[in-house]
Design a protein around this ligand. Structure first.
Ligand SMILES: Cc1cc2nc3c(=O)[nH]c(=O)nc-3n(C[C@H](O)[C@H](O)[C@H](O)COP(=O)(O)OP(=O)(O)OC[C@H]3O[C@@H](n4cnc5c(N)ncnc54)[C@H](O)[C@@H]3O)c2cc1C
Length: 389
């Protein structure tokens, strides 16, 4: 019998409660202060790691909690809903942790996964290149075999958290696969490797996590820095990109929850006409109600995508992961916009901490894959329309 579940298992509900408690200790004020003063989220990150929250999706024998992507996404949603989204969770445990878990050798799993799980080894992820942009098939970072080493040459852009990371999982192509469809080869490159340099990108988004352009100038790594098979094909990459999209959806839903909660609180308290709060006016109440509906839709989508991924149905999970990322990005943008508006002038003050969230929410429409590329994908794969890109 096929069962359709609309409630989460007890363990995940308890996990959410525990994460909420920890993340609320830090909250929005902590993030805004760290961002303003050039600080990081390290204290919270390591506490989350010590409590087993960062590695909840990683196997127990590799230092994790033995859960799945639905658990990890719930952790991220709760931390974001508490006002403290941990962007690097999308990257280190979700993308890198999943790829190493599924494609790495036992020795690679033992080397990297325990540190990723407890937060002591932060692994960034680099696929985007300036000239390729949304078209990852055009990336030109190349790895060439030289005896028992690989030599990597190329550039990456918009790579998050490299200043905090011990290594970056770099997506390259091999010398004999220089042109045509991407046959990705994935390498763990230490951030202190000779020939590896980073340049910060000045961003309008004020956040503790920074973005970088990377230069890989004949960076040499040992043969076992290659994760997976150089001829393994695209599935190895999507073992990490589908989790990235699910996490993107959960990240955005958490931001939307935070913004909606703040807006509703304010709408109940603020009163400028007689004794009625502003929330009594439909001009304020309806946009909030609309966001609530969109939020429930978006949450169902990432939960479905995660359930499919955890069940091993990569193909269908890919379709729903894309839709979940799209729906999350939309509701986060709508929720933060409505929240700022509900607060009137206060919406743009530092005290209420919502202005900067508008930009964070906007990220959900652009990265890791843009809204238009998801619409292209759904039009082609879900609806069978001709390929447009
Ligand atoms: C804050 C931030 C953090 C990031 N972190 C990382 C990271 O850690 N690692 C990493 O590898 N990358 C990262 N990225 C990069 C991100 O994944 C890219 O910005 C994203 O994939 C879009 O690529 P692009 O910026 O080159 O846009 P472009 O590809 O130049 O697209 C520009 C616009 O054109 C539209 N467009 C392009 N092609 C089509 C088409 N065929 N049909 C319709 N519209 C189209 C796009 O939707 C977009 O609106 C990050 C980006 C940001 C902003």
């Amino acid at each position: 019998m096929t069962q359709t579940m609309f409630t989460e298992p007890e363990e995940r509900v308890a996990l959410r409660e525990a994460v909420k408690k920890l993340a609320s200790k830090y909250g929005r004020e902590y993030v805004e202060k760290q961002a303003r003063e050039g600080g990081k989220m390290t204290e919270m990150w390591l506490e989350m790691g010590r409590n087993g929250f960062l590695g909840v999706n990683i196997a127990e024998e590799h230092g994790g909690g033995g859960g799945g992507m639905a658990d990890l996404a719930a952790v991220l949603e709760e931390s974001a809903a508490a006002g403290a989204p941990l962007l690097m969770m999308v990257v280190s445990p979700a993308i890198c942790g999943s790829i190493i878990s599924r494609c790495g050798t036992e020795e690679q799993k033992q080397r990297w996964l325990p540190g990723i799980a407890d937060g002591s080894h932060l692994m960034a992820f680099g696929i985007t290149e300036a000239d390729a942009g949304s078209n990852s098939h055009q990336i030109t970072t190349t790895a060439t075999r030289d005896g028992d080493q690989w030599v990597i040459k190329g550039q990456k852009t918009f790579i998050s958290g490299v200043d905090e990371a011990q290594s970056v999982l770099i997506v390259s192509r091999t010398e004999d696969a220089r042109t045509g469809k991407l046959k990705p080869a994935l390498f763990v490159v230490p951030t202190d490797a000779p020939g590896f340099t980073k340049q910060p990108i000045p961003m309008s988004w004020q956040a503790p996590e920074k973005q970088f352009t990377l230069f890989l100038d004949d960076v040499r790594v040992p043969a076992d820095a290659l994760v997976g098979d150089e001829d393994g094909g695209l599935w190895q990459l999507f073992a990490g990109l589908n989790p990235e999209r699910i996490m993107g959806g959960a990240f955005s839903c958490g931001i939307a929850r935070y913004a909606l909660e703040k807006a509703v609180e304010y709408a109940k308290e603020r009163s400028v006409w007689k004794d009625q709060p502003i929330g009594a006016h439909q001009g304020i109440a309806h946009p909030l109600a609309k966001v609530k509906i969109e939020l429930e839709q978006a949450r169902l989508l990432w939960q479905k995508a995660a359930a499919l991924y955890d069940a091993g149905d990569d193909f269908t999970a890919g379709e729903y992961a894309n839709m979940a990322k799209y729906a999350g990005g939309e509701v986060a943008c709508n929720a933060t916009d409505v929240a700022v508006h509900t607060h009137g002038g206060n919406g743009l003050t530092q005290e209420y901490g919502l202005g900067n969230m508008l930009v964070a929410a906007r990220l959900g429409r652009i990265a890791p894959v843009s809204r238009e590329m998801i619409l292209n994908f759904v039009a082609m794969h879900s609806l069978g329309l001709p390929k447009s890109y």
